[in-house]
Structures are given as structure tokens and as C-alpha cells.
Design a protein around this ligand. Structure first.
Ligand code: KIV
Length: 287
């Protein structure tokens, strides 16, 4: 049985050079298996919109949807550190709304911390407000889907010295604003290394190379479940989509061919005398 880790555990892991493992999760069953596999953290990402709810982007995802899915993950993984991802426009508008929504995440879904995308001065202010209110929060910079309109889509970031300098400044500002960790997404390895070199807090990566304190991956990508698009940084560990599709197709074939259910195996038993009475009743009812 895992014991739920806390932020001091993650700081210690960074100091010991032990990598932190996390995967996204959005539902009770997947979270249960993630916990059984011994993950350190689960992120209930707003990628929920794309990989579970069928939206084209993460923009339509609401606080209520995030809370509902995060609560299900908590029920599936009661002993794992869970990160709730603040959806688009749930924290940008004002410090008050940011605190209220971060507070809702903690109160209503029992997650352990929240994550905010972006490193602009406004987001740094919101980070300060949220952490000032006592909510543990993590920053997320680099390829930040909530900024896709500004960064030209889902493109790797931090690919020039000037761009790396800007990301380094964002990471420093978020840490100074109280972020206990920074997640870096979609940057070259050296960019991840540069950000790591200026932060005292843990720096985690998703598509940020090997030099960070831990690795995140999207569950539906690594499990071979989401096949609309596969980022370069994904390694596939399974082919769940194909396994399920084959299972569904086999079921369809079995039912059509009257091979399922088999009454001797998949049906409830009845006392033979009662069965005979029911059969007679059926015959009588036909008359
Ligand atoms: O929503 C999400 O899953 C994320 C990761 C891509 C970092 O924010």
C-alpha cells in the first residue's frame, strides 16, 4: 500500500536525486490502477477536455468538470498526491476568483495542490494570491496550451537563448510568488536544464528532456488510447485503444452469432421445479 506523499517528501526526493513519476488521470478506475502501479503523483489535467470529453482544445473545460473528475480520481487513488489543473479563465480574471476556484478544488475534490499555466506578470500575481491564501500551487511554463493563441499552437518553446532567458525569468518569478514546484512542458533538454539550474524548488518536465526532477506524461498518450495526435515526446507503453476496440468487436460478433451469453456460464440459476412452472406459465400465456 502506498502512503500519500506530501511536498516535503518531494523536496527530499529532489535532494536525493530520486525522480518523481506522475501521469495524468481523469477517472476512478484509471486512478486506481495508477495508484496500484506506485505513481508518486496524478495530475487531473485540463487535457481532460481533449482526451476524455472530446473537445478540440482545453479551452471549454470548466471548474465543475475538473472538480468532478478530480473527485473521482481521489476516490480511486486515496493514497496518491493529486494535482488539480486550474482550467482556462478560472484564475486569470482576478485574485479573488483565483483564490475562490483554487479553494473549491481543494475543498470539493480533496486534491493536494493546484497547477496554473503561464508565467506572465498577471499569472505570477495570481500565483502569489493563491499561495498567499494557503493553497499549495505549482507553476507550468513552456508549451502552455491555455496560451496556444499567443504561442502559435502546440509548438515546442524555449528554442533560442533569448526564449530560454524569458522562461528562466518566469520560473524564478513563479517560485518567488510561492510555487512549490515548476512544471516545464515542450522544450529542449538544455532549456529544462537551464530552468532547473535557477530554481531551488523541484522542476518537473513533460517533453522537457532528462534533466528535470521528475517526469509527467499524459495517460491516454502513453497507454496508446488517444490517437488523434501524438507529441514527439511521448513513449507508448501499451496499445489500450486497439485492445479495447478488438474486445468491443469480439463482443459484437459474439452477440450477433448468439455465442454470448451462454446460459450455462453467464446466467442466473433457478430451481428446476420453479423453472418448469415458469416454462408452463409462458406456454399458458401464449394461449
Ligand atoms: O492538462 C494537462 O494534462 C497538462 C499537462 C499537459 C502538463 O497540463
Amino acid at each position: 500500500m502506498n502512503k500519500r506523499k506530501s511536498i516535503p517528501n518531494f523536496i527530499q526526493m529532489m535532494e536525493d536525486g530520486e525522480k518523481v513519476t506522475w501521469i495524468t488521470g481523469y477517472d476512478y478506475l484509471t486512478a486506481k490502477y495508477e495508484e496500484r502501479a506506485g505513481l508518486d503523483m496524478i495530475l487531473v489535467g485540463d487535457s481532460l477536455g481533449m482526451v476524455q470529453l472530446g473537445y478540440e482544445t482545453t479551452f471549454p473545460v470548466t471548474m465543475d468538470e475538473c472538480i468532478e473528475h478530480c473527485s473521482a480520481v481521489r476516490r480511486g487513488a486515496p493514497n496518491t498526491f493529486v494535482v488539480g489543473d486550474m482550467p482556462y479563465m478560472s484564475y486569470q480574471i482576478s485574485d479573488e476568483e483565483a483564490i475562490e476556484n483554487a479553494g473549491r478544488f481543494i475543498k470539493e475534490s480533496d486534491c493536494d495542490c493546484v497547477k496554473l499555466e503561464g508565467g506572465t506578470p498577471l499569472i505570477v500575481e495570481r500565483m502569489k494570491a493563491i499561495t498567499g491564501a494557503g493553497v499549495a500551487a505549482m507553476g507550468h511554463i513552456g508549451l502552455t496550451p491555455q496560451f496556444a493563441g499567443q504561442i502559435g499552437g502546440y509548438k515546442a518553446q524555449g528554442k533560442s537563448a533569448a526564449a530560454v532567458k524569458a522562461l528562466v525569468e518566469q520560473a524564478k518569478a513563479l517560485e518567488a510568488a510561492g510555487a512549490w514546484a515548476i512544471l516545464v512542458e515542450g522544450v529542449p533538454t538544455v532549456t529544462g536544464k537551464a530552468i532547473k539550474s535557477v530554481c531551488k524548488c523541484p522542476v518537473y518536465g513533460i517533453g522537457a528532456g532528462s534533466q528535470t526532477d521528475g517526469q509527467l506524461i499524459i495517460y491516454a498518450d502513453m497507454a496508446g488510447f488517444y490517437d488523434d495526435f501524438t507529441p514527439k515526446f511521448v513513449k507508448k507503453y501499451a496499445n489500450v485503444g486497439e485492445v479495447l476496440q478488438n474486445a468491443f468487436a469480439e463482443y459484437v460478433k459474439d452477440v450477433k452469432e448468439k455465442k454470448f451469453p451462454e446460459d450455462a456460464v453467464h446466467a442466473y440459476k433457478i430451481d428446476p421445479e420453479e423453472e418448469a412452472k415458469v416454462e408452463k406459465m409462458i406456454e399458458d400465456m401464449k394461449k
